[in-house]
Design a protein around this ligand. Structure first.
Ligand code: MLT
Length: 207
């Protein structure tokens, strides 16, 4: 296909007219193929854009490097969020896409949240599955009513409920229309996540 070169390994699957594109962001150790089936389940006709995280941790792709489990280098998170926002803009040009809704899991949800903190205008909204706070300062631009679904697991061993709650509150204070649901789940994806994400997209981004 003609157009500017894109500097990230990624998958792109075209969709049908009228569907809002999904930006699929995998968890640690995943890749650009991982979330394509989830994307198809929650939005069967949507164009799917799925980049691979550019950082390796012990050979496992991620979207930013970290100091330790749950311990973040904010400058690194911010720089990687900006880099991914640039990729989204270039991919929109290349494939002729509207602003996507991010659908991120774990590390992918964290980078999606960081984009909302720094460059919210590149996204139409976001579904953040098992996300936590990675940037302590408030979002630096208004979210202007963008719909955001935060899905937490009641027995997630990695993310304290208080932490996910702080993230949801910060996004809401910045002007996001945030819905925070806590599911009977751990850190992993469940059918409850799939059903809740599908219902959110059907309500907020009807095609
Ligand atoms: C992160 O590093 O983004 C979070 O700890 C989630 C993870 O990848 O385990």
């Amino acid at each position: 296909m003609d157009g500017p070169a894109l500097d990230s390994t990624h998958r792109y699957e075209p969709g049908e007219a009228g569907w809002t594109p999904l930006l699929l962001l995998h968890g640690t150790g995943g890749d650009e193929n991982d979330l394509l089936p989830l994307g198809r389940m929650v939005a069967p006709g949507a164009p799917l854009l799925s980049p691979r995280g550019k950082v390796l941790e012990g050979g496992m792709p991620r979207f930013f490097s970290r100091l330790a489990e749950g311990v973040f280098d904010e400058a690194e998170v911010a720089a990687r969020a900006d880099e991914l926002a640039d990729f989204i803009e270039a991919a929109r040009d290349r494939y002729g896409l509207a602003s996507p809704v991010a659908l991120g899991f774990s590390n992918g949800a964290n980078i999606a949240a960081a984009i909302l903190y720094r460059r919210p205008r590149v996204l139409a909204g976001a579904i953040l599955i098992r996300a936590m706070v990675t940037l302590e300062a408030a979002p630096r631009e208004p979210l202007d009513g963008r719909p955001v679904l935060v899905l937490s697991g009641a027995s997630d061993p990695l993310i304290p409920a208080e932490n996910a709650g702080r993230l949801a509150d910060a996004l809401e204070r910045a002007g996001g229309r945030v819905s925070h649901r806590t599911l009977p789940a751990g850190h992993g994806l469940t059918q409850g996540d799939v059903a809740t994400a599908r219902d959110f997209l059907a309500a907020e981004f009807p095609n």
